[in-house]
Design a protein around this ligand. Sequence first.
Ligand code: SAH
Ligand code: F3S
Length: 450
Amino acid sequence: MPSVYIKTYGCQMNERDSEAVAAQLVAKGYSLAKSESAADVVLLNTCSVRDFAEQKAINKMRNLVGTARSEKRDQIVGFMGCMAQSRGRELIDQLPDVDLVLGTQKFHRAAEYLDELLAGKRDKIVDVAAEAKSEATIREHLLNGSAKTSVSAFVSIMQGCNQHCTFCIVPATRGEERSRTIPDIVAECRELVARGVREITLLGQIVTSFGRRDIPALDGKSGFVQLLDAVHEIDGLERIRFTSPHPKGYGDDLVAAYARLPKLCESAHLPLQSGSDRILKQMHRGYTREKFLGIVEKLRRAKPAIGITTDIIVGFPGETEEDFELTLSLCREVQFDNAYIFKYSPRRDTPAAGMPDQVPLEIREERNERLLNLVNEIAALKYDAFIGRQVEILVEGPSKKNAARYTGRTRCNRIVLFDGSARHQGQLMDVKIERTGSFTLYGDPAVVNL
Ligand code: SAH
Ligand code: F3S
């Protein structure tokens, strides 16, 4: 049977989609190749959020087809995911050796299309149509891969986003919000737990909007909080996380869930984007600086140890030095545990790309560096504050860099390395933090687990 290699760009949703496609192909008899050069089929699962991510995948494809041609190899190559959705056939016009372009609602058709291509029944396939109920098709898992994947798993709960932030291409690449049903999601989670999974991360582009149109509020709880409640009931599951939420989705019901549900880890990724109300409005984010600060305060009141991370865009069209300084001051005020900073990248068919006063690249770069310095300085102080503290970690498996070291995560989502062994895997254990490295904590279990 043919072998396949999938390379993934972008977010955790993409990682999850790739895993589901790989698992579907394995179920049909395909094997997973160790490298692209050894594979009969290579698929690039793409990201369109910034131009840089698209260019990386296009360059990769150019190299792949160049090598295959010079070595006279019959490799089937394809794009899938967000860039496939947004560019469609245009990708084959640009790179005529590409065989398959598979959109974001068609992942479950990968095996069928690859069979046709491999059998020579069809020459090129482009399928980027919408498909009803495709949100419920991302469900197969590859748990027998690395040790780490059998401890912690991702579950896709919804697709799409209706927020239409003016900079963002996701509503175009992922479509309208479509949620799976709670029983369907819980059944998938139960199967995972029965196979040894102890931590589940619920995934979607805007998870706090889960079930907004289909699930009526119950006792003041949104559909998303009802889902958290249902997943929380699963015996044997130790930890629940979710990403990405939208700040406007942090109602009192969700804040209360952190205090109420012991398995819900105290960690929140709260994408801020800007600290200036004027820019937030232009971005169509649906909250103000004050509202954002209020959410952080509520969360910290409910869970003082909560880890809060964020995404920020610098150089959105019309962003002045004053607007940017408001972002800096908000970061000083909130003290994020970590922040991902992006230089604004104009995306096709988004309102922001056509806005006046686009910020020159040098200024975007300069602001990126200033903000990065500030958030790194704050993050380092926050890491140092862990030294001497005892924390609970869930052990995922051996560290990739050094097999004698084991890696786990705190409830607030920080990585901890310690001298461990296979018997620790999948265990919840307490460690004492002895020192810090760059975005890593080093712990010693011996002190507290004698
Ligand atoms: N809620 C979504 C957001 C997807 S994009 C999710 O997490 O899946 C992830 C981050 O990329 C955004 O929060 C934003 O900070 C950044 N981003 C999105 N569009 C961008 C653009 N056009 N230019 C620069 N950064 C962008
Ligand atoms: Fe994009 Fe905004 Fe939705 S960032 S994914 S349109 S919440």
